[in-house]
Design a protein around this ligand. Structure first.
Ligand SMILES: Cc1cc2nc3c(=O)[nH]c(=O)nc-3n(C[C@H](O)[C@H](O)[C@H](O)COP(=O)(O)OP(=O)(O)OC[C@H]3O[C@@H](n4cnc5c(N)ncnc54)[C@H](O)[C@@H]3O)c2cc1C
Length: 498
């Protein structure tokens, strides 16, 4: 059995290493064009990325050193609801869920009831998730023991990392694990009578055959779109900001990503050990790249020399698996980079492979199920990203069009917004894979989309004593969080000792 992975970015190497670990007797080949390096982006990871790296038995200390990684606990969303405001979106933890304040309920129900009380009473999440005060104080859930060693407490953080260094490091590991690398430029494919790809041709005249082909060619979508003709639906109406300009600057270590709403989109600031990675995702119909740079220079007070510029069409496909071709990563669809969803998408797709794909033969039912779940996953990401744009900003054509254009919101989000404004916290999210109820609650609250009075009235109508038991537990929880946070070390201390 031979698997060919076309593309040597993060998606390509993570897919190849997953295949190598899972199908021990298969031959795995990665084909990449050395003249088309992986994208300079994708530097903010997620819990999902950590879990895949662990599954691949990657030594995290070595990975941190090789990729100049810095732990992160979430994001600080600046100027989103209106200029001058900010809120945090923290890695949520199960600490508050451990409360047995809600007898005979599942953890999900209990969490939901707890979060409803938090929102109804307008309690700061600082008192609920320990990652909030940690980010506010630029700390990490790490303590120094008596031997001056760093010891993780609570949950493992997520990471910021150098994306190209990660692709290079994964390549080094992949080669050590007997994955074959072929450097060359893909030109076209040869198909058999069933429409399966049997081999690909490279510019230098080489032909490489395989049984399965993984399209990890990024926005080029060389196999899935160009050869197999998969259709992509355009979501520019929902995500008009689709051009990005990126730049590097000095690093000022932070335990969070700074995500700032700008006049025509939003910008990111990710601090690594050796540099920061920054960018402005803007609406190219409203401003030029020069105007985007000028706005960012004024806002950040620095001179910007762009390291990358990219324009893409926010789009998704309903069929990321066609015949013997499966696309993973940017080649399978991408909406926009908010909330570090790109690599989470890669990991979720690899998990779907494990669930629904068997290389022995092509099973159309499994293929249909894979495509169904992968689309649901992407749709979940789409809805969560759209939620971020329901802000109260009205200070530019960009924000006005988001606020008033009815086409810029999916139907399911319309329903959720209506429920929140009626004081109901959604409780039908048992299919969630990428973003948790805690994430939705933090963003909904940060954008002031929930009617707290109605929510409180609704809770009290069910149980007039609800808040008494809630306060009892909440007081203990805030004390516990304060105590833990006091013990934790700053991100600068972590960098000094690591
Ligand atoms: C502006 C922006 C910001 C982002 N920020 C984040 C973030 O913070 N967090 C996050 O999780 N995700 C982010 N993403 C998404 C993330 O960058 C990608 O999901 C991730 O890097 C995976 O990319 P990839 O491997 O699919 O594609 P790429 O990195 O583009 O790799 C494509 C590969 O295909 C190969 N290739 C292309 N053409 C040919 C050819 N003709 N022949 C042979 N090989 C070829 C190239 O050599 C390359 O190796 C961002 C995306 C964008 C656009």
């Amino acid at each position: 059995m031979k698997f060919l992975v076309l593309g040597g970015g993060s998606a390509g190497w993570l897919t190849a290493m997953f295949l190598q670990k899972t199908y021990k007797s298969a031959e795995i080949v990665v084909v990449e064009d050395p003249k088309t390096p992986p994208i300079i982006a994708g530097e903010s990871g997620s819990v999902a990325v950590n879990s895949l790296l662990n599954f691949l038995e990657i030594d995290m200390d070595e990975w941190i050193k090789e990729t100049n990684a810095v732990p992160k606990l979430g994001g600080k969303l600046v100027n989103w609801d209106s200029v001058g405001t900010h809120f945090w979106h923290a890695l949520s933890d199960s600490k508050y869920a451990l409360a047995d304040w809600d007898e005979n309920r599942t953890t999900i129900q209990s969490n939901m009831h707890y979060l409803s009380c938090v929102l109804a009473d307008n309690i700061s999440f600082e008192e609920v998730f320990y990652c909030w005060p940690l980010m506010e104080q630029n700390k990490l859930p790490i303590v120094l023991n008596e031997e001056n060693q760093l010891v993780s407490v609570l949950k493992q953080p997520m990471f910021h990392f150098d994306s190209r260094a990660q692709a290079a490091y994964l390549k080094k590991l992949g080669l050590e694990r007997n994955i074959t690398l072929i450097e060359g430029r893909y030109i076209n494919s040869i198909k058999d009578e069933k429409g399966n790809i049997s081999s690909i041709n490279l510019e230098d005249g080489r032909t490489i055959s395989a049984d399965w082909f993984f399209d990890c060619s990024g926005f080029a979508r060389l196999l899935l779109k160009k050869e197999m003709g998969a259709k992509f639906n355009d979501y520019t109406d929902f995500f008009p900001a689709r051009s990005a300009v990126a730049w590097w600057a000095d690093s000022e270590l932070k335990s969070y990503t700074e995500i700032t709403a700008m006049k025509y989109g939003w910008s990111w600031n990710i601090n690594l050990q050796h540099r920061s990675g920054n960018g402005y995702l803007y609406d190219p119909d409203l401003i030029s790249v020069e105007q985007a740079v000028a706005e960012a220079e004024e806002y950040y007070g620095i001179k910007i020399d762009p390291v990358a510029k990219v324009t893409f069409t926010p789009s998704l496909t309903e069929t990321s698996w066609v015949n013997n071709v499966i696309a993973i990563g940017l080649s399978s669809g991408f909406l926009e980079p908010l909330e570090s969803n790109g690599l989470s998408q890669v990991v979720a797709q690899i998990e779907l492979l494990e669930r629904f794909w068997t290389p022995i033969d092509h099973n159309q039912k499994q293929c249909d199920l894979y495509n169904k779940y992968q689309l649901a996953l992407m749709y979940e990401i789409l809805v969560f990203l759209c939620l971020h744009y329901r802000t109260h900003r009205r200070d530019s054509e960009y924000w006005l069009s988001h606020a008033y254009d009815k086409n810029r919101i999916p139907d399911s989000l319309k329903q959720d917004l209506e429920m929140w404004s009626n004081g109901i916290l959604i409780d039908d999210r048992d299919n969630l894979r990428v973003f948790s109820l805690e994430s939705i609650a933090q963003v909904t609250s940060g954008l002031n989309l929930i009617n707290r009075e109605k929510l409180k009235a609704s809770i009290l109508s069910k149980n007039p004593n609800r808040f008494e038991s809630f306060y009892r537990h909440q007081n203990d929880l805030s004390i516990e969080i304060k105590n833990i946070v006091n013990l934790c070390c700053s991100v600068n201390k972590w960098a000094e000792i690591f």
